[in-house]
Design a protein around this ligand. Sequence first.
Ligand code: SF4
Length: 688
Amino acid sequence: MRTTATHCPYCALQCGMGIRGGDAAEVEVVGRDFPTNQGGLCQKGWTSAQVLTAPDRLTTPLLREHRGAPLRPVSWRRALDRVVGEIQRVQADHGPDGVAVFGGGGLTNEKAYQLGKFARVALRTSQIDYNGRFCMSSAAAAGIRAFGIDRGLPFPLPDLREAQTVLLVGSNLAETMPPVMRHLNERQGDLIVVDPRATPTARAATLHLPVTPGTDLALANGLLHLAIVEGYLDQAYVAARTSGFDEVRAVVASYWPERVERLTGVPVADLRRAVRLLAEAESAMVLTARGAEQHSKGVDTVSAWINLALALGLPGRPGSGYGCLTGQGNGQGGREHGQKADQLPGYRKIDDPAARAHVASVWGVDPAELPGPGRSAYELLDALGTPGGPRAMLVFGSNLAVSAPRAGHITERLEALDFLMVADFVPSETAQLADVVLPITQWAEEDGTMTNLEGRVLRRRRAVTPPPGVRSELAVLAGLADRLGCRAPFQVYPEAVFDELRRASAGGPADYAGISWARIEAEEGVFWPCPSADHPGTPRLFTERFATADGRARLVPVEHRPVAEERDGEFPLYLTTGRVMPHYQSGAQTRRVPDLAAASPAVFVQLSTELAEQLGIVEGAPVRVVSRRGAAQGAARLCDEIRPDTVFMPFHWPGAGRANLVTNPALDPTSRMPEFKVCAVRVEKVVN
Ligand code: SF4
């Protein structure tokens, strides 16, 4: 029986797997040795084939005749005609920016690239952004600020095995990327975890620092203060490879241990122990994830952790460094190819004249015709249907009604649009709001490439025949461009799109020019930057210089500031949100997998037994988490693994259990990342 080598449809680890068989109803997922997962998969990966046969899989376009009417099956021709008619009508009345496009970090490189081109060339709209803005945009901005380039991990993941000490900030790897734990557990060394909750990852650590939500920046500054006063600074490295240290030293001087204990809740003894474990190790890594990044000061928080890593001389040294653990399947590639509001392919800035000229030449258009930067994701969604905001939107690969912050408000904005089109393979909660729903192919039904959290470009391979009636996003975009009368060609075949992407990226920070599908096949992935066919690719960055103009990494002085919404008498608790192992993102896929739905069937609210006693709440009782923006309901789950001032909700469920009904869209001033990870709430018993 045929086995097709491919990768998991979910997270940025992009575990290697095989799909045995060719009939979607009977295929079997098998493990495959690949550097990131070494044959292992998590429960989501093992059960991923069940998504192919979801009972409500979309196989025909759906159209709503008018608001209030039901979605009914129609032909592709009728559906596309309606989409094009609405685009033309809206743009005639409101100009090109009347139509917005929203993409996703799960789209293949080819789709992300084509979506950015479609928006700028076929629609001429500046209004495009994607859900990666909600994922790792703070780490991306901080990485560019410090290193001149943003690649989640600037080293191959197996280098973790060489790190004597690993410091994980805001990451629950044991549940989000279980195969990584093997790399951590099979090495000799210490693990430090910074997290308000004693997650399974924190419980596996040498040292857990249960930080007060929103104070990670103060913690990082405090550790750097201690590292300096205790003589751990790598002076030779700082002098030779960095700039800005003196300004940072001046700022962290005021982060003495007792002050940091007051700010963060981490005892001074643990601060000292953390610094010793990190600084006395032969090799060490500092890794951040959403817990540190999804804040209104996310960029500065990541900068504080990078400052610490640089002061200890870690980036660019063997088995050492700083990295961001990107979350979404193509979180890395998704941010490189032009679906972001301020970027063009190759990770170029859209307001850079040279970048515009280069990309315009590949697209066969005049650079002056390319729109400039548009609104960031939340600002775009918040403007939908408002005077001066977009009146129509096309959504690819996002379930915004569940995943956007302040989701009740965003649902109202989606409903306020004149026209909403959603391309998806299941009727997600956002698709159910649409005027037209287009049924598309999914991971194992199509070819393409993904770029994993290491910057390794991988081949996703077609293993099964798609059901009749579905089309790939590439075909949808080409069909729409053609109907809109766009002169620029839109390729339909993924490899042809990739070849165009290579040319568009050439010379940019994320240079794919030398990466061909044939090379990816032969080498099991190629690391960017790879500027030419004879270039070996770049598994390790920063070994000799950083990607800044002077080759030095920049330390950036950053100060702690309060969270956007502090607790008060009315809302006396913090809410933090995150994932559980069986589910992924908005749950649109995993809630449809019977094994995963059985493993984690419903939303819950995790709170400490101490808090539950105070509030008279018992295990399993329905409770409501209320913030200034709304309320979300779930069953109480009591434990001793969370701070008494903090409650936790996973964000995978729709309806009244949507954690994002409560979350705060306060934005980071640089990355425009919303503050998903902390807001002020109260918890109430639900009385029926
Ligand atoms: Fe691997 Fe992530 Fe897929 Fe789990 S969800 S199998 S960790 S890629």
